[in-house]
Design a protein around this ligand. Structure first.
Ligand code: DX5
Ligand code: ZN
Length: 219
């Protein structure tokens, strides 16, 4: 399977969201990455259902929703109704993770778990077979445009090993500070999905940047 590029809508132009959706629809991106922040789990507030409605209307690719919120289990059904295809909750925000993942699947979505930079991969040992995706945060969640944390390579390799050993089908997603400079090394370490916000939208030609990222990650 080729590495999927998932542009992060957080870095898009909200005054021209339809235009940016059309750009992503035409691009080599496989997924849309959608960051929902509540100002409690992370020190920032992004957006919620009104923006999900715009994406549902204009996006023609997988909606990969990353919940950076406390008590994410309260909103599983709402995000299913809002059109999420993949729904990822944070390990650190979930007391009953097994129940939440089962509920996400029951609502017809792929179930993901995200790990903050300080959370060890080994904590997933007893839940990895219930995950469709594991998101490794390669920055502290809350903001786009931060510097990539180098320890991520080691975490991705360790996770890949666990997935193979435990016969899990989970995809590995890396989120934060991804660019053309680290995309290939992340793919080689075992990443299946690369999120890119600033690296795509801060360039003059985002369409060309997505193509270059896709090519580099799959080279
Ligand atoms: C950070 C978000 C990321 C963010 C990535 O909390 O989860 O998805 O949009 O942005 P960049 O690629 O700019 O680091
Ligand atoms: Zn994210």
């Amino acid at each position: 399977m080729s590495v999927i590029i998932a542009p992060s809508v957080l870095s898009a132009d909200f005054g021209n969201l339809q235009r940016d959706c059309e750009m992503i629809n035409q691009s080599d991106a496989g997924w849309y990455h959608v960051d929902v922040m509540d100002g409690v789990f992370v020190p920032n507030i992004s957006f919620g259902f009104p923006v999900m409605n715009v994406l549902k209307k204009h996006a023609s690719k997988t909606l990969d929703v990353h919940l950076m919120i406390v008590e994410p289990e309260r909103y599983i059904q709402r995000f299913a109704e809002a059109g999420a295809d993949v729904l990822t909750v944070h390990y650190e925000a979930s007391t009953h993770l097994h129940r939440s993942l089962a509920e996400i699947r029951k609502q017809g979505m792929k179930a993901g778990v995200a790990l903050n930079p300080h959370t060890p991969v080994s904590l997933l040992h007893d839940i990895i077979q219930d995950c469709d995706l594991v998101l490794i945060m390669s920055v502290n969640p809350g903001f786009g445009g931060q510097a990539f944390i180098e320890n991520t390579y080691r975490k991705v390799s360790e996770l890949k090993e666990m997935i193979l050993q435990r016969n899990s089908q989970a995809l590995i997603e890396v989120d934060g500070g991804v660019s053309e400079s680290n995309a290939l090394a992340l793919a080689k370490a075992g990443a299946d999905v690369l999120v890119a916000g600033n690296a795509v939208f801060a360039t003059p030609d985002p369409l060309a940047t997505i193509a270059a990222l896709h090519k580099t990650a799959n080279s």
